[in-house]
Design a protein around this ligand. Sequence first.
Ligand code: HEM
Length: 396
Amino acid sequence: MGAGDLYYDPYDVAIDADPYPVYRRLRDEAPLYHNERLDFWGLSRYDDVAAALKDLKRLTSTKGDILEVVQAAPVMPPGIFINEDPPLHTIHRALVSRMFTPKKIKALEEKIRAFCAACLDPLVDEGRFDFVLDLGAELPMRTIGMLFGIPDSEQPSLRSTAQRALRNQPGKPLPVTKEKYFDGGNYGEYVKWRVDNPSDDIITELLTLEFTDLSGMVRKLTRQEVQIFVGVIAGAGVETTGRLFGWMGKVLAEHPDQRAGLVADPTLIPRAVEELLRYEPPGPHVARYVTEDVEYHGQTVPAGSALLLMLSSANHDERQFPDPERFDIHRDFSQLVTFGIGAHFCLGAGLARLEGRIALEEVLKRFPTWEIDVAAARRAPTSTVRGWDSMPALVG
Ligand code: HEM
């Protein structure tokens, strides 16, 4: 239960600016938190969050994994596999996971590097560049556009659809109306286009592969199902990964010695990306719908409740990460919850890590030092993904 003046509102812009002091109090004083006004429960300690992510029996993903969606408990169209439970989820995830193997991800490295060069080279003599507008807004969209085989001209529309799905007004939940939440943008047209123009890309692969569905029938995915899969991948992979880059610019500018260490020894870059993902996770929380009464810390969370799993707090739990508020690229750990855990573990984690590593390598090659133009940095008004709309860096 909330203790005294302890209050946590995931939409509160002031808390969102620096949620870590509140998270610490939640972990210490109310490890099971109940916000009666906003009608949700929350877990903030690493062990509790990790256990809840694995608890497929009492916590379901079928009502959504964003707090306000879980509370509205809409009827999900079939195929949104991030919002399915096993056994259906297992079947659908298997279809997509074969497209995200480490070998397939690794094969993208040179193309991603070329994208980064194309984004950054024109800016080398400009004296400034923007970690979000020049990298975060471009690279994840282009990478997914490349996987889908979507022409360059269509990619801004891919991004704006993915972005619309996760954008809320400052201080307010997402509008969970059918039109807004299930807005598929141009995804249907991409699928139709690939039906007529098959090629070596994920959409074509999804359209052609055969699988055994839940009824035991061997069949292909329908166009509608492929469109939904495309929406899930774009929705999960564009805005989240984009947020990483704003934090990269800000946090490394605040730790110039560690940034110099990366310039001197670029083999440390993968660790730095991992520490960034721990320190400022692009997705601060996921939610689950409680299907049967469940007890945490001696309190019962009743069936039918919405339960918020605070990933950012878990990543800062001193019970798991010593001195968690210290950013340290030499930290050695492997237990992040940034990408979830278990059945719904992020399918794009390898891709996001690859994009982060290559982008940082390419930035540091061109701009070994920078300062943030703090007055011009702009916060993104979102609660499902946390970060910046602009992070301008002054270089040289
Ligand atoms: C699932 C975070 C990048 C595709 C998830 C989950 C989290 C997450 C926390 C689990 C959700 C849950 O348990 O309810 C992130 C973060 C990213 C990132 C922080 C970037 C830094 C990507 C990318 C892609 C992607 C680049 C694809 C290209 C997916 C998919 C799922 C997922 C398809 C659903 C998996 C399933 O339900 O089986 N992600 N993600 N993500 N992510 Fe990511």
